[in-house]
Design a protein around this ligand. Sequence first.
Ligand SMILES: C[S@@+](CC[C@H](N)C(=O)[O-])C[C@H]1O[C@@H](n2cnc3c(N)ncnc32)[C@H](O)[C@@H]1O
Ligand code: SF4
Length: 448
Amino acid sequence: MNIQEKIKLFKYLAKHYDSMDYPPIILWRSLGRERIKEGWEKRVKEILKGEIDCPGLYVHIPYCQTKCFFCKFRVRAGNSSQLHSRYLRSLKAEIHDISPLVKKLSFRTLYLGGGTPTIFSDEQLEDLLSTLEKRFNLKETTQRLIESTPATLSMKKFRILKKYGFNRITIGVQVTDKKILTAINRRNQTRDMVKECFGQARKAGIEIINIDLVAGLPGQSTESFLHDVRFILKMRPDALHLFPYEEEELVIFYRIGKKLTDQDRARRDKMLEQADHEILKRGYRSYTNEPYLLSPQAANFQFQYRYCYNGSLLGLGAEALSYIPNHYVYENAKLEEYLACWSRGKSPRHCNGYPINRDETRLNYILNNIRHGLNKNIFFRLYGLDFHKTYREETEALKKLNRLEDDAEKIKLIAGDDAEFRAYSKFFFSPGIIKELNGKIKKTCRRR
Ligand SMILES: C[S@@+](CC[C@H](N)C(=O)[O-])C[C@H]1O[C@@H](n2cnc3c(N)ncnc32)[C@H](O)[C@@H]1O
Ligand code: SF4
């Protein structure tokens, strides 16, 4: 296939499959749990023999007080303590099953995400954290981080988090305007609560506070968004994330037909641009892939280790993602099956995933980094290979198309938007994956 034919095919694939993951999730299939366990055993041996890694432990809690109408995640609204206890019991059963396999791994990060992990009661949170501490080697973690909302935090919870070494917290504020909070189904949050909770986090000594805001929601004006940004900047969080509102399948606004127009999108992008100027003026800088940090230490290290160093990731909990370099990527069972099996102490027999060998692992690393600039020295340290010699054909083709920026340190793929990135990045997909993806898309198109 010549370059032009490749471009045509890649644009076709990018148009019909709009995800950026590698290997593409639509190709994932059922994998027996025994294979996953073998994968972890092999990975531990590789790390003990000296392969570079920074293993991360992720725990997923899929519950929230309410489901916000803009939220794109598969979370469940559920405040019942009984429900949370059943989930906690299931998590503990999973921990009991998997921890012996990775007991020689020294995890570098611990991340509790969701949903809203701080929805657990003080006792449940302490129970989970002490179990994790007992069952895994967390002595050398450089960062322990957790996601939360102001309405699920208290001084007591901060003290528990501090006791268990949490040094980074994300407080999801999203918006502060009362009318919008009502419109997005997040009534139980107020500005005073946000301020109080920020003060408590500082008082408890949590080193890094990250705040999440969302831009471009239905009914949210530029003034209202900029007001929120200024309100948050006054508190001087160590990190700030501004999420452009995106419509996806699980978003309730989208499902009920409250859809964004081109004008709404343009307004959203404009408000983010305006905020950008104000935030940069206040001393925030971009380090790695995170745009607004006061220092490199404020970054999310689990993401950094996973993307910049291709670190292993063990995900616990329903639908949690895991990554075993050289072996598998996979996702745990859906919540209903997860609870049905683990709450009786039984492991789900299968999960959804894809086997990845060493070559595919390298490609996963390239695809995670090439958009923001892949560091060729780190690549060499990780794989003992010269990037240009190994991917000569791919880099030459992209250079001919003026799609590569290449200096002494980094190599970067130039893509104006996501669709372009999805098309041109496919030069780095393995021929086997391209063939499988093409077959899958053709089949899906025929069925429609
Ligand atoms: C997994 S959520 C968890 C955060 C936490 N429960 C909260 O409410 O802040 C992480 C982030 O995803 C962002 N998010 C959720 N739905 C989104 C959407 N449709 N578009 C853009 N960002 C979204 C939110 O801004 C949120 O801070
Ligand atoms: S934004 Fe946060 S609190 Fe709201 S539904 Fe999503 S995960 Fe839950």
